[in-house]
Design a protein around this ligand. Structure first.
Ligand SMILES: NC(=O)c1ccc[n+]([C@@H]2O[C@H](COP(=O)([O-])OP(=O)(O)OC[C@H]3O[C@@H](n4cnc5c(N)ncnc54)[C@H](O)[C@@H]3O)[C@@H](O)[C@H]2O)c1
Length: 244
């Protein structure tokens, strides 16, 4: 296959490496004009006719800038910066254009998991709890003990802590509502990395997931995030599909 990467930083390179047996050639566009010796760099953003799909690994801003062009090309669209969907007007316009497009849109589970469980049982769920623990320095704080610094629903969390947005949006999409995702954010001197704990209480079962992610070469992105997008693409080529 021959994808177009929108954004060619850390995540794109991890995905490229993960899918090297499937990717025969590729295009990429990055506003920093990054090159790596292989593939074809685009000087300006456009969607080559012979590209098979667009893989966004850039930023929320890039999704919002290019979604119209991508959906109008009818190419399948993989989006890592799911935080783009935090904005209601954007969601509305995106869905309107998508209705007239042949594109399929794929949102990976990213830095978390359990999305398959949540999606499978969403009509039995009242609330999903997302508890995020980060070292105080991440918030520019100096707490000596674990301190709850935010609690509220995903919409409020996104407004107050935009750097947590991807995870809140992915969970909200899985459960089908931003109001059903209740977020607590802790400044915690006992943790070294960002930890996400997800708790689901439902009439078909109770579930707790904990994600203690190792960072990728870009410390703001966990290794799990690009690996989850790569696995979503790989799944399409496999005869046996694992997971919900
Ligand atoms: N879904 C999740 O849970 C999750 C988790 C981690 C990261 N992410 C997303 O993945 C994105 C990529 O992560 P990364 O580690 O590769 O970041 P990175 O900074 O290493 O690479 C991003 C690249 O995209 C380019 N870029 C940014 N905006 C652009 C635009 N408008 N047009 C063209 N190029 C643009 C940058 O120049 C950079 O080279 C992050 O911005 C984040 O939104 C999602």
């Amino acid at each position: 296959m021959k994808p177009l990467f929108l954004g060619f930083g850390n995540a794109a390179k991890i995905i490229l490496e993960e899918l090297e047996d499937l990717i025969s050639d590729f295009y990429y566009y990055d506003e920093k004009k990054i090159t790596n010796g292989s593939g074809t760099m685009l000087e300006e953003f456009y969607i080559p006719d012979d590209s098979d799909m667009v893989i966004e690994c850039a930023s929320v801003g890039a999704v919002r800038k290019y979604y119209r062009e991508i959906l109008s090309s009818n190419k399948d669209f993989y989006i890592l910066s799911t935080g783009a969907f935090a904005d209601e007007d954007f969601r509305r316009d995106f869905n309107n254009i998508l209705e007239k497009s042949q594109s399929n849109v794929f949102l990976p589970s990213g830095a978390i998991g359990g999305v398959d469980v949540i999606y499978a049982i969403k009509k039995y769920i009242d609330k999903v709890f997302l508890r995020t623990y980060k070292p105080p320095i991440s918030f520019g704080r100096n707490d000596k003990e674990k301190t709850l610094i935010f609690s509220g629903n995903a919409i409020e969390a996104i407004k107050r802590f935009p750097r947590n947005t991807n995870v809140s949006v992915t969970l909200s999409f899985a459960v089908g509502s931003f109001e059903k995702v209740f977020v607590e954010i802790y400044s915690d001197p006992n943790v070294k990395r960002n930890i996400h704990k997800i708790e689901i209480n439902s009439s078909v079962g109770n579930y707790i997931f904990s994600f203690d992610n190792i960072q990728s070469p870009n410390p703001r992105t966990s290794m799990l995030a690009p690996l989850s997008l790569a696995s979503l693409i790989r799944k399409r080529f496999e005869k046996v599909k694992i997971g919900g």
